[in-house]
Design a binder for this molecule. Structure first.
Ligand SMILES: Cc1ncc(COP(=O)(O)O)c(C=O)c1O
Length: 414
């Protein structure tokens, strides 16, 4: 039991005195419950989990071994604060090697993050006063916008649609919003659409930012997980460093989600402000993790190997879905396949209609034990993540065949 006055103390930003009383169930909780119910109802059928946005495998042995040896060294034991020179240097070299971006000064243009999520929540603290706007894309990863609202800011959502190849239409932002906007948030390759940005789009974004006094935060969590073409960084655009930062993460590109390590790179003044906010929020990531992270960054072949696995799985999944009438197109990177949900499924003369991506996703878990994540912000879609658990190519093929077989019992309409 808590004293009743505690209920009266909560800040408005988390619901004030109504905090914790809502009975609304959020998307990811609904998925969790549906998975549990499906497992209990059909214990003999394997659940195929395409919902989780997390790698199914461990970090590579050289990285784990580096952590083991660094963890044993006394000089790594203390607060790292904003230090970790090896990691900063490794990040600058990584930007040059993977993206051809060679003007990154490790002393002023790079600072580690305890995962990109923490950087996304600190940037608004540096820029957002009440009434200021951030421009974000939907569907998307909402963390920066959530924190902007905590500071009294507003979020303007730019829809990502297939017609515009899942890039925002920057010209459509109303001028009164633009006048109050400070941050343009981009995320390519994109979660959840899997779309990649072209260099031309980044050029347009940089020009737009300069014309409208914005900074750009490009969330590059999937930037090096590429199936086609070369990895793209916004800093390949001349002059981008005048206005932009990029957030890189080892979570997905090195199978290191739980390690909590990434870096913020780009405009030195923005990096400095992030560093000040960070200094007042955390005391830095463990130096042994930073040093192991530096070993990872020095070995981008690891990411290429991981990307090759996802690419292979993506081909199998796209085939299985297309054979069942879904309009699935392999993305150029990330591990997400974003497909329009069907309108209905028919079996033995009985038709189930789906009013939303969520309705289809719930049906798919309940009836066929295939877990996906629905997105209904701009049309009815579901996201398949090729991070499903499978050891080796034969197991991957078997899972894709099983998905195809489970779906082939139905006639879908789109
Ligand atoms: C677009 C995007 N940004 C950031 C993150 C967070 O990554 P990190 O593990 O580096 O905090 C995720 C994780 O799912 C993501 O999808």
């Amino acid at each position: 039991m808590s004293d009743p006055y505690i209920q009266e103390l909560f800040a408005e930003r988390i619901g004030g005195n109504q905090y914790g009383k809502s009975t609304a169930i959020y998307k990811f909780e609904k998925i969790k419950r549906a998975k549990k119910a499906a497992r209990e109802a059909k214990p003999d059928i394997d659940l195929i989990d395409m919902g989780v946005g997390e790698p199914d495998e461990m970090a590579f042995p050289i990285v784990v071994e580096a952590l083991q040896s660094e963890a044993a060294k006394p000089e790594n034991r203390g607060y790292a604060d904003n230090g970790g020179e090896d990691f900063k240097e490794a990040a600058a070299k990584y930007m040059a090697e993977v993206f051809g971006v060679s003007d990154i000064d490790p002393k002023t243009d790079v600072l580690h993050s305890i995962g990109s999520k923490t950087a996304l929540n600190m940037i608004p603290a540096c820029f957002i006063n009440p009434g200021d706007y951030v421009l974000m894309t939907v569907p998307g990863y909402p963390v920066l916008g959530t924190h902007a609202k905590y500071y009294g800011g507003e979020v303007y959502n730019m829809p990502l649609t297939a017609e515009n190849v899942f890039l925002p239409d920057l010209k459509s932002v109303p001028s009164d919003v633009l006048a109050k906007a400070k941050i343009l948030v981009l995320n390519y390759p994109n979660n959840p659409t899997g779309a990649s940005a072209t260099l031309r789009f980044f050029e347009e974004a940089v020009a737009f930012a300069k014309a409208n006094d914005l900074i750009i935060v490009q969330d590059a969590a999937y930037a090096s997980l590429i199936f086609e073409g070369a990895p793209v960084s916004i800093f390949q655009v001349p002059g981008a460093k005048d206005v932009a930062i990029e957030l890189h993460s080892l979570s997905k590109s090195y199978n290191m989600t739980g390690w909590r390590i990434g870096f913020v790179v780009g405009n030195p003044l923005i990096v400095k402000a992030y560093g000040d906010m960070k200094d007042n929020s955390d005391s830095g990531q463990f130096l042994a993790i930073q040093k192991a992270g530096a070993v990872a960054l020095a070995n981008p072949k690891i990411t290429e190997e991981i990307a090759a696995k996802y690419s292979r799985r993506m081909d199998l999944l796209v085939d299985a879905l297309r054979q069942n009438g879904f309009e699935a197109t392999k993305p150029k990177g990330s591990f997400f396949l974003y497909v329009a949900a069907p309108k209905s499924a028919t079996i033995d003369g009985e038709t189930t209609e789906f009013a939303s991506g969520e309705a289809f996703s719930q049906w798919l878990i309940t009836n066929e034990l295939i877990s996906t994540v629905p997105w209904d912000d701009c049309g009815s879609f579901v996201r398949f993540s090729v991070t499903f658990a499978a050891k080796g190519e034969e197991a991957e093929k078997a899972i894709a065949a099983e998905i195809g077989a489970r779906l082939s019992k139905y006639a879908f309409s789109f």
